[in-house]
Design a protein around this ligand. Structure first.
Ligand code: SAM
Length: 257
């Protein structure tokens, strides 16, 4: 079957939920180190998907706000909070055009999700919306892999997860972007095994590419400053001679100017 795999939140969650508590530890450390916002801790996650980070954060007493354009993802996130007796503000909406009821002390968008926005104008609109959500002194932590045009080769990752009798295996191929085209092609194949048999789901999509310089220029144009780049644990990432992150993936801590 060919379909958008983000429309299957149950399978997404089986693949990605393991390890989330540790990632939330890292996000907490980033908030402690860099956010100067006062008041009760409230986290905002644009493109929150199944809300796997938000339910861990809410379980630790943090107020949570999530947004995703997929109504199925938001419904999944809502029930996973409800089933644990937790609450949060969950919104079906686009990352480039939204408002929230409450404001946040900390916002975050990990694992390259921001690269779903495919133009400078979409990114500028997104940053303007996040600015409105953050309390004064708050920061936005964006996890992004920058690229080196002309130096990269096709690559492949395999992810696996199990819940009860269901096993999900994802094979993802990445075809590197070219400087002019600004798109990395992602080809995903899911195999879902349950007692009823094996189902297959194929999806393809593009993620916008950024060299470290393109990313830095865009942040400046949007009126934000990068105050640090962290690893997943919230410690400073290793940086190369021109400031680019060694290994290319880092969580960029951004502050509105
Ligand atoms: C890789 S998932 C990340 C989900 C979650 N942040 C996590 O790490 O588990 C990407 C999510 O981005 C959402 N998404 C993509 N483009 C979006 C947009 N323009 N506005 C809102 N959500 C979007 C998809 O529906 C999907 O749930």
């Amino acid at each position: 079957m060919r379909a958008d795999w983000y429309e299957f939140p149950g399978w997404y969650d089986i693949l990605h939920a393991a390890g989330t508590a540790r990632e939330v530890d890292g996000l907490s450390r980033m908030e402690e180190r860099f956010s100067e916002a006062r008041g009760r801790r409230v986290w905002f996650e644009p493109a929150c998907g199944t809300g796997r980070y938000l339910r861990v954060a809410a379980g630790r007493g943090i107020g949570v706000i999530g947004l995703d354009r997929s109504a199925k993802m938001i419904e999944y996130a809502r029930s996973s909070l409800r089933n644990r007796g937790l609450r949060g503000e969950l919104i079906v909406g686009d990352m480039t055009k939204f408002r929230t009821r409450r404001k946040a002390t900390f916002a975050f968008c990990p694992i390259n999700t921001i690269r779903h926005l495919r133009s400078d104008s979409a990114m500028l609109a997104h940053f303007a919306c996040v600015r409105c959500v953050l309390l004064t002194g708050g920061v936005y932590a964006v996890g992004i892999e920058t690229c080196r045009y002309g130096e990269e080769f096709p690559s492949e990752d395999v992810w696996e997860g199990r819940r009860g009798a269901a096993h999900v295996r994802q094979t993802v191929q990445y075809l590197p972007g070219k400087r002019g085209r600004r798109a990395e092609r992602v080809i995903s194949h899911l195999a879902i095994t349950t007692p009823r048999g094996v189902q297959h789901l194929d999806s393809r999509y593009d993620l916008r590419t950024y060299s470290f310089e393109q990313w830095s220029r865009l942040i400046a144009r949007a009126g934000w400053t990068c105050v640090a780049v962290c690893n997943g644990d919230g410690d400073d990432a290793m940086r190369g001679p021109h400031g680019a992150v060694v290994g290319d993936y880092g969580v960029h801590i951004l502050k509105p100017r």
